[in-house]
Design a protein around this ligand. Structure first.
Ligand code: ARG
Length: 536
């Protein structure tokens, strides 16, 4: 239930009567009352009248019977106090998702690269994308998850050639450490002219569909996919095998992308390459910037594949909203690809959005790396979380919550001690609140019964709990899971205050309130993809 919306609906009738035209009710949760509206202040400026006078008229005309009491405060705020029986009635209902117009939402997230293993660079995309997928699905949207794996490109020349040197696809070789495999190939590529030439020929063989080459490529891809799936399982990620649509899966559409964009007059030949120059994108020198669709050697790169993926998601998958959960450094890439897609007419009625995020920083404020300067593998990171935490659920919850609780656009510092603390705005603190609630309910001396809101701490908790629906609506609208994290923390804090002041075990009302708190916290954590351990 959305109390804010309910109050706003009642107020807006009165506001329109007073203003003579529709006016925004701007109802917000407040320190001074349950909710507050500053609408009279905005209206006063517009009508050139005293805000208190307007507030008084609105208060007199608003039909709030059976919902709330209204008082005028300060320069002309409307303070709204919701009737206790309304709170009690709403609390008796389980949490429901906000009403939405059902859309097909395609969410591109994780997107690791084959033979590189999942490293922290893809951690944020994986965690944020999965939380969004859960949120959109709960709200009733039709969610299509896509894992745009980096499984194609010139780097496969050296990887396959290295595999051939080791005995081919069925030869005795350990791909278990793909990072080492990648590094060995790289060393040969950088130091051995003959190997480099063979690697280049391999790229051609791969692109022209040579059987043995394809078999080795397949082996690499499968091995990587296995390790990604294992990492996803450890991290509780809802991406399945069916959601894998790597760059290679668009290869047969690239020629038709060139054809279509050429027909639409969007491609220009530039130094042997075929490029689109979307309007409004210029470099520092004012020169128009290209989206390279076909390289001068005839090959296709990252941008061409993304154009094919964009067209496919808009026209074949028929997505209404296309979300790309990818780090901030690719912002220009997506803006330009979307601009070309719009010019090609693929995005009519479709919203393509880059859901950008900042970096994970180490304690030194630089990109998170291992001591030796390598990128950190996700599986190693999770091993360390397990070692430091009391259980895998706590370690994983701590890592995910640390990521999801801060605004995704900013960078955040990865700090084990802070994220694993059982106090403060952390995953373990929320998990602990749920396990504590569970144990309180187990020890109960009576059955839960009707809720009575006698103590201010009970009222505050009740009011806080009812905020889930608008928070989920906002988290979805802005693709900001941290809004939900902030809300859950507020619930846990309100519960803590209630727990300190109000003896629970012998009170049917308080047991109900406690159980309801547990349900909301569990639901919210589940929407963020954070499990609750049995005990802590
Ligand atoms: N594999 C890419 C990378 O590691 C991320 C893919 C993002 N999705 C996309 N459609 N481009 O940077």
């Amino acid at each position: 239930m959305n109390l804010e919306a309910l109050l706003a609906a009642r107020l807006s009738v009165a506001l329109e009567a007073v203003a003579g035209e529709p006016a925004e009710p701007v109802v917000r949760a407040s320190q001074h009352a349950d909710f507050q509206s500053g609408a009279a202040l905005a209206l006063a400026r517009k009508l050139g009248r005293s805000p208190r006078e307007i507030a008084a008229e609105v208060a007199a005309q608003a039909d709030l019977t059976g919902l709330a009491a209204v008082e005028i405060s300060g320069p002309g705020f409307l303070n709204l106090t919701v009737d206790d029986d309304v709170l009690v009635a709403l609390l008796a209902e389980p949490d429901t998702p906000p009403p939405v117009d059902r859309q097909r939402v395609v969410i591109d997230y994780s997107g690791p690269n084959v033979a590189k293993e999942l490293h922290v660079g893809h951690l944020r995309s994986t965690i944020i994308g999965d939380a969004l997928a859960r949120l959109f699905a709960w709200a009733g949207h039709d969610v299509v998850r896509v894992n745009h794996l980096g499984d194609w490109g010139t780097q496969f020349g050296m990887l396959i050639e290295h595999m051939a040197d080791l005995g081919g696809p069925s030869g005795e070789l350990s791909l278990s450490d793909l990072t080492a495999f990648y590094r060995q190939a790289r060393v040969k590529f950088d130091g051995d002219d003959d190997f480099r030439t063979r690697a280049r020929l391999r790229v051609v063989a791969l692109q022209s569909g040579d059987g043995p080459t394809r078999a080795m490529w397949q082996r690499l891809v499968e091995q990587s996919e296995r390790s990604f799936v294992a990492d996803y399982a450890r991290l509780g990620i809802t991406l399945g095998r069916d959601d894998f649509a790597g760059e290679s899966s668009y290869q047969d559409q690239l020629a038709s992308i060139v054809e279509e964009l050429t027909d639409k007059g969007l491609l220009v030949e530039s130094e042997g390459a075929l490029c689109a120059f979307p309007a409004g994108f210029t470099g520092r020198d004012g020169e128009p910037l290209p989206v390279i669709v076909r390289k001068s050697d005839g090959g296709f790169g990252y941008a061409a594949t993304d154009l094919a993926a964009l067209r496919h998601r808009a026209l074949d998958v028929k997505g209404d909203r296309l979300l790309y959960v990818v780090g901030a450094p690719q912002s220009m890439h997506f803006r330009m690809v979307f601009a070309v897609g719009r010019a090609a007419g693929w995005l009519d009625g479709v919203s393509a959005e880059h859901i950008s995020f900042g970096s994970i920083l180490g304690p030194d404020g630089k990109m998170l790396k291992t001591r030796s300067g390598d990128t950190i593998r996700l599986s190693d990171l999770l091993d360390e979380a397990d070692a430091r935490a009391t259980s895998p659920a706590v370690g994983m919850g701590a890592v995910k919550y640390a990521d999801l609780s801060s605004d995704r656009r900013g960078d955040y510092v990865f700090d084990w001690d802070r994220m694993l603390a059982t106090t403060g705005n952390t995953g373990p603190y929320l998990q602990y609140a749920v396990t504590r609630i569970r144990s309180v309910l187990r020890k109960a001396a009576v059955e839960p019964g009707p809720v009575v809101l006698a103590d201010p701490a009970e009222r505050r908790l009740a009011l806080t709990l009812l905020g889930l629906e608008p928070v989920v609506a906002a988290a979805i609208e802005h693709c900001e899971p941290h809004r939900l994290a902030v809300f859950l923390h507020e619930v846990a804090v309100a519960f803590s205050a209630f727990y300190e002041r109000c003896p629970i075990l012998a009170s049917p009302s308080r047991l109900s309130l406690t159980a309801r708190t547990g349900e909301t916290l569990r639901l919210g954590l589940d929407l963020l993809g954070i499990p609750v351990p049995d005990e802590m």
